[in-house]
Ligand binder design. Sequence first.
Ligand SMILES: NC(=O)c1ccc[n+]([C@@H]2O[C@H](COP(=O)([O-])OP(=O)(O)OC[C@H]3O[C@@H](n4cnc5c(N)ncnc54)[C@H](O)[C@@H]3O)[C@@H](O)[C@H]2O)c1
Length: 323
Amino acid sequence: VTDDTAIGARRFALIGAAGFVARRHLDAIRAIGGVLVCAHDVSDSVGVLDSYFPETRFFVRRAEFVDFLMGPDDRVDYLVVCTPSDLHEQDVQSALAIGANVIVEKPPVLSPEGVLKLAALQRQTGLTVHPVLQLRYHPDIEALRQSVLCAPGRHLDIDARYVTRRGPWYHVSWKGDPRRSGTIVYNFGIHLFDVLTWIFGSAVEPVTAWLEADGTRAGGTVRFAEATARWLLSSRAEDLPDGGANSFGWRQFLVGGQVVADFSGDYSGLHRRVYQEVLAGRGQRIEDAYQATLLTDQLLRTATANGQHIPALAPAAVSDQEG
Ligand SMILES: NC(=O)c1ccc[n+]([C@@H]2O[C@H](COP(=O)([O-])OP(=O)(O)OC[C@H]3O[C@@H](n4cnc5c(N)ncnc54)[C@H](O)[C@@H]3O)[C@@H](O)[C@H]2O)c1
């Protein structure tokens, strides 16, 4: 980002302001010199706004929020969607209808058809929908992609794991409701499947997938023209290398058994990069999420067809650590 003056003029609105991920967006908007004009959430627990944009107008009712945004002096450049995942498609449509570009959290929608629909609306309106696919900006992932692009023709053996512990609250919240989150396959998996499809393109049949009945783990294999990837998703502390004693996340890509990308630590700062790229005109567009959404959907359908259950944790990489 080079032109600070232009960035300072950008105006934002945000839906889902009381939630967990909203803070990353508030941080990013402030970091790039933007202004949060107004925010909306059905919950009024939004004291966080004072830490970032104390002058922001806040609305609990959607209709009042939209009315405000339609005012001639209150238009925004971007509407940021941080609501539960099942609401994204309709929230993005509403944002486009009021004439705003959109930044939408992952997964942008819960079906490949949804991506195509939003891409069509993007073309009709001349506005842009930017999905948050922030791992593409992780230095280890960027380096992995470069190494693959620089040495084509190999067939790589990949392990992709996304283990992040989640307590009992998770299963009580919308995230534990498969219809709202798309299961752990969409909720955690979209990160891995976006990186894999970004680097290796579309998958080659057949894929394998399983999903434990309680929704806390999923895994399988995906073949690409130049790689075979075993994938594992888990929200269980016992799947962390130390059983969760001192760690929170274990999120890695391995090639040939060697760790090539480690994003186990805090990568919340990547949201700033997402915003910088959007404002510089290089942000991801909704169609960039198509391959990942297609694969995620295919894996979820496969896991569901398999009866959503596997009795034991399959990938060797995890049992090594547990041993
Ligand atoms: N990119 C990432 O790394 C990352 C991390 C966490 C969450 N997310 C995504 O961000 C989104 C939000 O997740 P979260 O963890 O913040 O969830 P959350 O439950 O903490 O927050 C969601 C917020 O939306 C509000 N909300 C619910 N229904 C609403 C409605 N109809 N209108 C307005 N507000 C409504 C809730 O009150 C809540 O404050 C999800 O799609 C999630 O997958 C992305």
